[in-house]
Design a binder for this molecule. Structure first.
Ligand code: URA
Length: 224
């Protein structure tokens, strides 16, 4: 049976066929996922091919490597960070620097192995000087995240830090209001926690981060 979203996608394809080029400004990431009209790639390898020479935003001028993400295509749990830092840019892999080591430790504490989850970022190229990604950079990169989510089909997404939380939940609320609870979406649940780099700077927040991750682990275990 066709869902509302199937119908809407059909209608939008019709609009596209008759020459409508611009869609209304997107309001939520989940709507963006549904309204993305580009043909879905079959696997992550195809996304890697597509992003290989990406010049969709100015970050391509200063990057060393694109950091698409890492982990199994078949997983129920996806972690989404902000953007690659210096170490990630040099290695082409997400969360390999100091923040990544802390992420590994946190995962270990709650009994999860890095190898069983998929790890990526909202933005796939390093912003110079590790500044926050700018809205146009996030917007330009979202189709890649959207494709990754469509292929992996995670049942749970854990966002690391404010940029990822606000992007995935399409909100401007502060992180303190978003963490500590489960955000139910049609296709997945979202748990928000602090960015490991923030925890390196403010270690006292690790207590709350562990609460978030324990909540995440419980949800993960509940998945059939
Ligand atoms: N910070 C992020 O948000 N992502 C990385 O991959 C590394 C550091």
């Amino acid at each position: 049976m066709r869902t509302f979203w199937d119908e809407l996608a059909l209608y939008l394809r019709y609009l596209q066929a008759i020459g409508v080029e611009a869609l209304p400004k997107r309001k939520s990431f989940e709507r963006f996922l549904k309204l993305d009209l580009s043909p879905p790639p079959k696997n992550l390898e195809e996304v890697a091919k597509e992003i290989k020479n990406c010049t969709r935003c100015k970050l391509h001028r200063t990057r060393t490597h694109i950091v698409l993400g890492e982990g199994p295509e078949q997983t129920k749990l996806m972690f989404v960070g902000e953007a690659p830092g210096r170490d990630e840019d040099l290695e082409g892999r997400p969360f390999v620097g100091r923040a990544g080591k802390l992420l590994d430790q946190i995962l270990e504490t709650i009994g999860l192995r890095r190898a069983e989850v998929y790890i990526t970022n909202v933005v796939k190229c390093r912003p110079p000087g590790n500044r926050n990604p700018e809205p146009d950079e996030i917007e330009a990169c979202l189709p890649y995240l959207s494709k990754q989510i469509k292929i992996i089909h995670p049942r749970l997404i854990c966002t690391l830090g404010l940029v990822a939380a606000q992007t995935i939940l399409a909100t401007t609320q502060p992180l303190a209001r978003l963490r500590g609870k489960v955000h139910e979406r049609e296709d997945f649940k979202v748990v928000v926690t602090y960015h490991p780099a923030f925890l390196l700077r403010y270690p006292s927040y690790k207590v709350q981060a562990l609460e978030d991750l324990r909540l995440l682990k419980r949800l993960y275990q509940e998945l059939e």
